[in-house]
Design a protein around this ligand. Structure first.
Ligand code: FES
Length: 61
């Protein structure tokens, strides 16, 4: 599913980026541009980052 339309970034790309070490919206923007144009996706992108980080923590525990 596309989350950032401006940069054609999907939820899978966001998950992969978090798996690769991205921890916040600013870092993700540097990696793939998500959230760096119109900004309408920023809330959803942040939610996906937070959710995937929380999942990663719970799997590690
Ligand atoms: S939809 Fe992501 S910056 Fe516009």
């Amino acid at each position: 599913m596309y989350v950032c339309i401006c940069h054609a970034v999907t939820d899978h790309q966001i998950h992969d980026a978090v798996d690769g070490g991205v921890q916040d919206l600013g870092q993700l923007g540097e990696v793939c541009g998500a959230g760096t144009n119109c900004g309408r996706c920023r809330e959803m992108v942040q939610e996906l980052i937070d959710r995937h980080l929380a999942e990663a923590v719970s799997y590690a525990a």
